[in-house]
Design a protein around this ligand. Structure first.
Ligand code: NAD
Length: 494
């Protein structure tokens, strides 16, 4: 069966090639798929346009769209393990993590399904008898949705679910490295009752398959999650046709630890914050900023436990973490570690690809701790997106210094603060210029809360009630409900 999904049909690419997807854990071929060229993406855009302009989806009662999303959620739960297996083979991620992701994905569709008909807009008091003023919510139109490889279907669901709930049609372009669950999703959406042409899928590399989504005049909105450099390219390309735009970009996320923080809690969360999914998490807590007097004990223990983290393939039940996504990505992570050492950081553990035993066939990079870091080092200021923790310190008792170091970044996606002092926790959280801040915790998020970056971490918000808002236009409608000659112009000739 061909793998592009356009206008409700599975079709082959007209002008792209084929790509082998290999599992990053062992290099085995998982699947081979068609890749779209610009003409294929244009066909998908036109199918989405037709479905938006003439199809039933944008104008059907919002509650009925919500029902389709709720059905999608149920089907995703029914097929949880099939999806999780496909996701793990594409990414190398542990199967159990992919299963958790599926629970979050089903919850996302459930949440936006329930939200679909909650807010129809509002009526505004005009102060003018005989005039009516309404602010209504309308779908934006055709959405180009571009997603990364680290949480392939989760990032996709954060876009597809609100876009559908609001009545849009879309063309999805997942990462070329992880297409499998996007293919499955088209099948599920169709089974749930999404009409032909509403959901379209093109696969392939960004420059060929993705670029038309930010340039084509028939696309009304582009929503992108991925790296900062790509985000800039997309924002510039979208300017040509002044599209609505939402960008969820990278992060270089600080985790501030005060010396009064509970030792076990701190060590446990520092490890989880940065090494979850081998650091390939946009909100990874990759910058430890620790009060000087706590440094030695905490960092020694973090290093000791980091060295005991067990790497393995997706179905190795004893593994704590998996591989990096690709050889190219591994080389990038290695370059950041090398740059850190060259700039004076002290390598405490990890630091080079694992090349022994079964893992030698995959892209495994061990948990790495770089001590003695400072703002301005490349490995501190740029996102390595790997299992690399940098350690900086601040003088004892100097809350201002901790905040200043944590805010010394062009990014602003997420951050954490560890202290049992509730007042200090809130104070610091208020001062961090980051879109999500955790106090004595790291990583949890809720679909009903907001997700979005400050600074160069993004534009617009995903999730939450305003997550749906990104996919809606707000329109003010003023209506004179008793039109009559106003007679305002006594100078008008009779
Ligand atoms: P990437 O920017 O390389 O690619 C992301 C997507 O953009 C892929 O589908 C790619 O094919 C496509 N693309 C590339 N060039 C394009 C172009 N010119 N036009 C259109 N599409 C194009 O990112 P990645 O390596 O896949 O993902 C990792 C990045 O994603 C990290 O920086 C991470 O922080 C970020 N991320 C952010 C969030 C968030 O919520 N803020 C979540 C997950 C990942």
């Amino acid at each position: 069966m061909p793998e592009l999904f356009i206008g409700g049909q599975w079709v082959s690419a007209r002008e792209g090639g084929r790509r082998e997807i290999r599992c990053p854990a062992d290099g085995q071929v998982v699947v081979e798929v068609d890749e779209a060229g610009p003409a294929d993406t244009e066909a998908a855009i036109l199918a989405a346009r037709e479905a938006f302009d003439h199809g039933p989806w944008p104008t059907m009662p919002a509650g009925k769209r919500g029902d389709v999303l709720l059905r999608t959620s149920q089907l995703l739960q029914r097929d949880r393990d099939e999806y999780a297996r496909a996701e793990s083979l594409d990414t190398g991620k542990r199967f159990v993590e992919s299963q958790y992701d599926m629970d979050d994905i089903a919850a996302c569709f459930r949440y936006f399904g329930a939200l679909a008909d909650v807010d129809a807009g509002r009526v505004v008091d005009t102060g003018t008898p005989g005039a009516l003023s309404r602010v209504v919510r309308e779908p934006v139109g055709v959405c180009g949705l571009i997603t990364p490889w680290n949480y392939p279907l989760l990032q996709t669901s954060w876009k597809v679910a609100p876009a559908l709930a609001a009545g849009n049609t879309f063309v999805l372009k997942p990462s070329e490295l992880t297409p499998s669950t996007a293919i499955l999703l088209m099948r599920t959406l169709t089974e749930a009752g999404v009409p032909d042409g509403v959901a379209n899928l093109v696969l392939g590399a960004g420059a060929q398959a993705g670029a038309p989504l930010s340039e084509h005049p028939e696309v009304d909105m582009v929503s992108f999650t991925g790296g900062l450099a790509t985000g800039r390219v997309i924002m510039a390309a979208a300017a040509g046709t002044v599209k609505n735009i939402a960008l969820e970009l990278g992060g270089k996320n600080p985790l501030i630890v005060f010396a009064d923080s509970d030792f076990e809690l701190t060590v446990d969360h520092v490890l989880m914050a940065v090494f979850l999914h081998s650091g390939q998490v946009c909100s990874a807590g990759s910058r430890l900023i620790i009060e000087e007097s706590a440094h030695d004990a905490v960092v020694d223990e973090v290093v000791r436990r980091a060295q005991r983290i067990r790497m393995g393939g997706p179905f190795d039940a004893d593994a704590d973490t998996g591989p990096l996504i690709s050889e190219t990505h591994l080389a990038k992570v290695q370059a950041y570690v090398d740059a850190g050492v060259a700039e004076g950081a002290v390598l405490r553990c990890g630091g080079a690809r694992h090349t022994e035993g079964d893992l030698a066939n995959g892209w495994f990079f061990p948990p790495t701790v770089l001590d003695g870091c400072r703002s301005g080092m490349r490995v501190v200021s740029e996102e390595s997106f790997g299992p690399v923790l940098t350690v900086e310190t601040f003088p004892d008792g100097d809350e201002d210094a901790a905040v200043a170091i944590a805010n010394d970044t062009r990014y602003g996606l997420a951050g954490g603060v560890f202290t049992p002092d509730a007042g200090r926790g809130q104070r610091v959280a208020n001062r961090l210029r980051h879109g999500t801040v955790w106090i004595n915790d790291f990583h949890p998020y809720l679909p009903q809360a907001e997700w979005g970056g400050y600074g160069e971490s993004g534009v617009g918000r995903e999730l939450g009630p305003t997550g749906l808002g990104e996919y809606q236009e707000l329109k003010h409608v003023w209506q004179n409900i008793s039109p009559a000659p106003a007679g305002w112009f006594p100078h008008r000739p009779e």
